[in-house]
Design a binder for this molecule. Structure first.
Ligand code: XLS
Ligand code: NI
Ligand code: NI
Length: 454
């Protein structure tokens, strides 16, 4: 971004492109020999360093989300806002929205992330009518385009907020009222248009209210059919306007609906295959949703990738010891190593990325906490990338897995794998070979191998 003037010039009512909102902080440097308490530098993330044939920037494709980082206030169901955000004037005005957008791009630029993500309603106020709302969005996205061009920061994905407004309380594409579904469709039409305008390389659907609270008033079969037809309209319009971004669905098991239709990766994939949508959609996996569904952190990443449907990652972590979505910054290197192993094994995430759909704790009230949190998470993923690269290169685990399945490489096993064996053939095999020789699963050995790299 062009130069930022001192903070003293900051104004709450005017939008001055020369304002600097994080005056004490410059571009975050790579400083591998930094001490433990230097948390405003990268100790591991060296964007231009080539690892395994690609720069770290290209492998990791980091992105900052607009909603938590620039719309989060620290308020929770029990308390008022806590976060210190001096540029906010407390209004829902266009001037405030524009100033906030400039702050965001200063932040993205100084942090050195290549991408950002937003919901339509995060960046631009909703008006009294759809026309007014869309006009606001046009004006704000004009500025976003300008700021993207100025800073080189690109759009990883756009999405529509189809869950906050009261009209969506019973769902958007699964609402029992066709009128509400039509509103959501009109909103998504515009969302696709502005995402295309900003060069977004993906478009996400997280079905916040797509689910139910009681089966007594709900026709699940019709709701799922409607959701599928909604997505078919999306595909049709996307093709019509020439939007080439990847469509993504983000699974989540609970919060806010008691039961969410997009419960986990396996559930979403079965929906996609049932309705023939598997070639047009992939999954955006958020591991703290995965743990809420009762799986381990990397489970859905592995399952989606195994089905060639891992499109992108909301790289958060939760507190699995709690029962709700805490959207914390991923600081656990074991988790990031497990995720990066999958990402490398599938050849990268492009056009997806690692989006920090994370929020600072409501007690982390300083502006520097915004940087420290993202830097810590980027470093955790950089370490994950380095660890996973070594782990894959040295090949101990992949050799072990290959050996474990080697009985399927020849003879009857190969015919079973090819789908050409029969029950009679298996019976004959057992008559001649008898009992199998049992082999250890060696779980603790595998865990010890992983610990060597972490
Ligand atoms: C909520 C979701 C949401 C999506 C985008 O839990 O993670 O933030 O990523 O709508
Ligand atoms: Ni998310
Ligand atoms: Ni989430």
């Amino acid at each position: 971004m062009s130069s930022f003037a001192p903070a003293a010039k900051r104004s709450r009512t005017d939008v001055d492109s020369g304002d600097e909102f994080f005056p004490g902080i410059g571009s975050i440097p790579y400083k591998p020999d930094a001490g433990p308490t230097e948390t405003l530098v990268f100790k591991h993330y060296n964007a231009d360093e080539v690892i395994n044939g690609r720069t770290m920037r290209e492998w990791l494709r980091f992105s900052v989300c607009y909603w938590h980082t620039f719309r989060g206030t620290g308020a929770d169901p029990f308390g008022f806002p806590t976060l210190n955000r001096p540029w906010e004037d407390g209004s829902d005005s266009m001037a405030n929205a524009k100033r906030r957008l400039r702050v965001a791009f200063e932040f993205f630029h100084k942090l050195g992330v290549p991408y950002w993500t937003f919901h339509d309603r995060d960046i631009s106020p909703e008006g009294a009518t759809l026309e007014e709302t869309n006009r606001n969005l046009d004006e704000i996205t004009d500025l976003a385009l300008e700021l993207q061009n100025e800073t080189g920061v690109k759009l990883l994905w756009g999405t529509c907020n189809l869950f906050a407004h009261p009209r969506y309380m019973n769902g958007a594409s699964t609402n029992p009222d066709a009128h509400v579904l039509a509103y959501a469709a009109a909103q998504v039409k515009k969302g696709l248009e502005v995402t295309k305008k900003l060069g977004g390389v993906n478009f996400v659907f997280w079905g916040g209210r797509e689910g139910y609270h009681t089966l007594l008033n709900t026709d699940i079969g019709r709701e799922l059919d409607h959701m599928a037809n909604f997505f078919k309209m999306v595909i049709e319009y996307k093709n019509k306007i020439g939007f080439t971004g990847q469509l993504l669905i983000e699974p989540k098991p609970k919060e806010p609906s008691k039961h969410q239709y997009d419960y986990d990766a396996q559930t979403v994939m079965s929906f996609l295959f049932k309705y023939g949508l598997q070639n047009d959609f992939k999954l955006n996996i958020e591991p703290n949703h995965t743990t809420l569904a009762g799986h381990c952190h990397e489970h859905d990443i592995v399952v989606a990738s195994a089905n060639k449907l891992l499109g992108s990652v909301d790289s958060n972590t939760g507190s699995p010891d709690l029962g709700w979505d805490t959207d914390q910054f991923p600081m656990d290197v074991k988790n990031t190593t497990a995720i990066m192993k999958v990402v490398i094994d599938q050849g990268g995430l492009t056009p997806g990325g690692l989006n920090f759909d994370c929020k600072v704790r409501r007690e982390s009230i300083d502006l520097t906490d915004m940087f420290v949190s993202h830097i810590g998470a980027m470093d955790a993923f950089a370490r994950g990338l380095r660890n996973a690269t070594r782990m894959i290169d040295e090949g101990h685990l992949s050799t072990l897995v290959k050996e474990r399945y080697s009985s399927f490489d020849s003879g009857l096993g190969a015919r079973i794998e090819a789908g050409t064996a029969s029950l009679e053939e298996c019976e004959d095999f057992i008559h001649s070979k008898g009992e199998p020789t049992l082999l250890s699963g060696r779980q603790e050995h595998c865990e010890a191998v992983v610990n060597y790299y972490v």
